[in-house]
Design a protein around this ligand. Structure first.
Ligand code: SF4
Length: 402
């Protein structure tokens, strides 16, 4: 039975093909690493050292900790570490790491907020599926406890985005670890999930109810069962492809690698390049013409409305066509996320059925992403009609890929 992890599940959600390359085919790639991952690792190691030493009553000074960070950085930096962002250097990333540690140290010194159980703690989560049980493994950056059966799962984040609270309230990774803590420590009355967003010197937290953890368990089992029955492993192109180690062997990027190293005179002879260039040119031309026409039509529309009002007529005649000018009120109701009260009212008056409709777009999306139980997805197949759609999406190539 394969051992799952949050990152295994996330890889599948990000791109089924990437999951296949990594976990099914176990494709070996050149040991490249993104600078963000390297920075995260070095900061994590520094904070781990800080708390491990504290267990032995040794409080490192900030100077010692920064020296450790610097030494580890210099010792491990190598040419396989990729910096995707242009104009940002190794030094910039190193300085970021130093700042994260300084801010963290000054905020929490003398680090006696709670008692540390462990750092980089490996935990296993048992999930019972229908007729089959699954196991997940995870690593908690730091697990603490306080008086009264309160456990805290701490997670250090070095990324440059500060999420909104709702995102953390729906986060899967730490919620899965909360399940593990509850399984490991039955005296846990409360498990607090704590994130340290080091780039913002900010601590954020969340908690889960028993019901939420049960729902998460069910969703995770569904996802694992979907992974286990996956046959197609379709690729999903996204911004994250820039950080994907399988891009050089991915069929979605094959053409780029074919033309990448060719000189301009040969590169421009490639029929694919010629077709895209012609398509991009026509698309830009179309946009320009449409914009001009729309601007002109808007002016004419305004003039016609003014004319009709001035002449007190509602139909204006041309030589071969006429324009009816109608003035009416449009009724608007609140958007979907603010409809709760409105729906309640309509239901109360037995009118909901008359105006509610099945959201077939949302349904098709759920089916495509196989988000519901397999048995239900199978039954829905009776109602599905598959139509092949061919669509072109024109996008920009990043400078460094030119
Ligand atoms: S490059 Fe993109 S589409 Fe290809 S495997 Fe990686 S993530 Fe998937």
């Amino acid at each position: 039975m394969p051992l799952y992890s949050h990152s295994r599940l996330s890889t599948f959600e990000q791109c089924n093909l990437k999951f296949k390359f990594k976990y099914v085919d176990k494709v070996e790639t050149e040991a490249e690493e993104g600078v963000e991952a390297f920075l995260g690792k070095k900061v994590h190691e520094s904070l781990e050292k800080l708390y491990s030493d504290l267990k032995f009553e040794k409080l490192s000074t900030l100077k010692e900790l920064l020296a450790f960070f610097k030494e580890e950085w210099k010792k491990n930096w190598n040419e396989n570490i990729i910096i995707v962002r242009e104009h940002i250097t190794e030094e910039n990333y190193f300085n970021m790491g130093e700042r994260f540690i300084i801010d963290y140290y000054n905020r929490y010194k003398p680090f006696d907020q709670s008692r540390v159980i462990g750092t980089e703690l490996a935990v296993k989560i048992k999930l019972d599926g229908e007729g089959k049980d699954y196991k997940l493994i995870g690593y908690i950056d730091r697990l603490d406890f306080r008086e009264g059966g309160v456990y805290e799962i701490h997670d250090y984040k070095t990324n440059a985005n500060l999420p909104v609270q709702q995102y953390l309230d729906e986060d899967r990774q730490l919620a899965l670890y909360a399940m593990a803590v509850k399984q490991m420590y039955p005296d846990a009355k409360k498990v607090k999930l704590v994130w340290h967003f080091l780039a913002f010197d900010k601590e954020m937290s969340s908690e889960r109810t028993e019901e939420e953890l049960e729902a998460l368990k069910w969703e995770t089992v569904q996802l694992i069962e979907q992974i286990e029955s996956e046959k197609e492993y379709k690729p999903t192109v996204s911004k994250l492809c820039d950080w994907c180690q399988f891009r050089p062997i991915c069929p979605m990027w094959k053409h780029l690698y074919k033309i990448e190293d060719k000189p301009a005179n040969e590169y421009l002879k490639d029929s694919g390049v010629q077709l895209v260039n012609a398509y991009a040119k026509l698309t830009a031309k179309k946009k320009r013409i449409v914009d001009e026409l729309e601007e002109e039509m808007e002016k004419l529309k305004e003039a016609l409305i003014k004319f009709a009002a001035k002449e007190e007529v509602s139909v204006v005649f041309g030589s071969e066509a006429k324009v009816s000018v109608k003035v009416y009120d449009t009724i608007h109701f609140p958007p979907k996320e603010e409809q709760e009260e409105l729906i309640k009212l309509l239901k109360k008056h037995d009118k909901w059925e008359e105006v509610s409709a099945l959201d077939t777009y949302a349904l098709a999306k759920i089916v495509k992403e196989a988000k519901w139980p397999k048995t239900l997805l199978e039954k829905l197949k009776e109602f599905e009609e598959i139509e092949k759609t061919e669509r072109l999406y024109l996008g920009k190539i990043k400078k460094e890929e030119d």
